[in-house]
Design a protein around this ligand. Structure first.
Ligand code: 2DT
Length: 214
């Protein structure tokens, strides 16, 4: 028997615009609850009503301008605010599901022209997800779903670049920790894939939580 107490799993869901990420995250939460697994859903940018959240929200709606590096650091600070509570939740046996995490931070800021290494550094040592599911969709499929919304990054050229960076980031992870899911398919098929990967972790883990990019 190991002396390391079991803990719950930390799961990040990343995805491109129109990938159905919001729906998939909600479906996953319902499924975990139905299985009797305690779950906490977090969304980054978190709660757009906090001081940092408000600055991020106004930036995303193009109601304010910020230097690319400044907004990048705000997104990262927004995650650090919650790092300790993520650890506590996991230790207490609550599965944590994040709707976006540091990979979005790196993907969007690198797509704007900042260097990948620079973008990664403020998020180094954050709790690392045990599993990241990336909901991938081609720009063509996204267009066929009615195109993009009104926010700052919801433009095809930007989404193409973001997608390229996500693919680049994914190549640094093992197949056990990063899974790219074709989200251009039917919603139910995507949800089934998501569940099949997540269910493998619902029994908890005995390995300690790792730190991102250390
Ligand atoms: P949604 O509310 O549609 O998920 O969009 N973003 C997010 C960043 O640029 N950096 C980050 O660190 C994070 C978490 C991606 C939120 C938008 O915020 C962008 C889209």
């Amino acid at each position: 028997m190991s002396n390391i107490p079991r803990r719950a799993a930390f799961i990040a869901i990343e995805g491109l615009d129109r990938s159905g990420k919001t729906t998939q995250v909600a479906t996953l939460q319902t499924r975990l609850q139905a299985e009797g697994i305690p779950v906490k859903l977090l969304k980054f940018p978190v709660d757009r009503t906090t001081a940092i959240g408000q600055m991020i929200d106004s930036y995303l709606r193009s109601q304010s301008e910020l230097d690319d590096r400044a907004i990048h650091l705000l997104f990262s600070a927004n995650r650090w605010e919650l790092a300790a509570s993520i650890e506590q939740l996991l230790a207490a046996g609550t599965t944590v599901v994040c709707d976006r995490y540091a990979f979005s931070g790196v993907a969007f800021s690198t797509a704007k022209g900042l260097s990948l290494d620079w973008c990664r550094s403020p998020d180094v040592s954050l709790p690392a997800p045990d599993l990241t599911l990336f909901l991938d969709i081609t720009p063509e499929q996204a267009r066929s779903r009615g195109g993009y919304g009104e926010e700052r990054y919801e433009k095809e050229e930007m989404q193409r670049k973001v997608r390229d960076v996500f693919h680049q980031i994914s190549s640094e992870f093992t197949a056990a920790t990063w899974v790219t899911i074709d989200a251009g398919r039917e919603r139910e098929d995507v949800a089934e894939d998501v569940w099949n990967f997540v269910r493998q972790l619902t029994g908890g883990l005995s390995s300690p939580l790792e730190r991102l990019w250390e």
